[in-house]
Design a protein around this ligand. Structure first.
Ligand code: ZN
Length: 211
């Protein structure tokens, strides 16, 4: 939703309700990432109109302080950065799950995938950043495909192939098929949908459907 039209947010919310699967909300604090996005009033406003699950991606320091408020604001999925939580990650995953919310762990492109392997038995989903967190409209980093493959094969190895891998950053019709083939199950698209001439067509193209 970072690329949505905030003056006509309801219109974009209805478009997602109608054609997409999830609302992906990027929360930036100006500390963990050098940018600030939006906060609780916007999330609550979207939650009121959303008929699809809210997926809240926390790009903030001290995510443990805010997960409860985001859960109460209507999040069905909450992910936080491993780089922001480190050794607290396991307890934070439990904290999120105890609220009845699905918990995801996120890594930036410069974080070795192996860092999150100990958490894979516990998480509900994994978010692999295919750009550096903090800004919309960046170009997809092609090495992300190998990172998806690596996490996928690890998940298969530990007997949890059903855990979805989400990819976020520079995702669009041009790389969707490659990402799915690599093992991704959830594609986050911002500017490639909202800034497209025809957003509905862009979503269909990502699904591999012709319109
Ligand atoms: Zn995101």
């Amino acid at each position: 939703m970072l690329s949505a039209d905030f003056l006509h947010l309801e219109k974009d919310v209805e478009m997602v309700n109608e054609y997409a699967d999830w609302f992906h909300l990027d929360i930036m604090d100006g500390i963990f990432v050098p940018n600030i996005s939006y906060g609780f009033p916007v999330v609550e406003a979207i939650a009121k109109k959303a008929r699809k699950p809210l997926d809240v991606h926390l790009m903030i320091v001290h995510p443990e302080k805010y997960v409860e408020r985001f859960a109460k604001a209507g999040a069905a999925y909450i992910s936080f950065h491993y780089e922001a939580a480190r050794e607290q990650s396991a307890s934070l995953i439990r904290q999120i799950q105890d609220m009845g919310v699905k918990a995801g762990i996120v890594i930036n492109p410069d974080c070795p995938v192996e860092a999150i392997y100990p958490l894979l038995p516990q998480v509900d989903y994994v978010l692999i950043m295919s750009v550096f967190a903090g800004f919309g409209g960046q170009k997809f980093i092609p090495e992300s495909l190998d990172r998806v493959r690596a996490v996928k094969s690890r998940l298969v190895q530990i007997g949890r192939p059903e855990v979805p891998i989400e990819v976020d950053g520079g995702v669009g019709p041009g790389n969707a098929a490659d990402l799915i083939a690599a093992g991704a199950g959830i594609l986050v698209a911002g500017s490639s949908v909202f800034k497209a001439e025809n957003p509905v067509q862009a979503i269909a193209a990502m699904r591999g459907e012709a319109l």
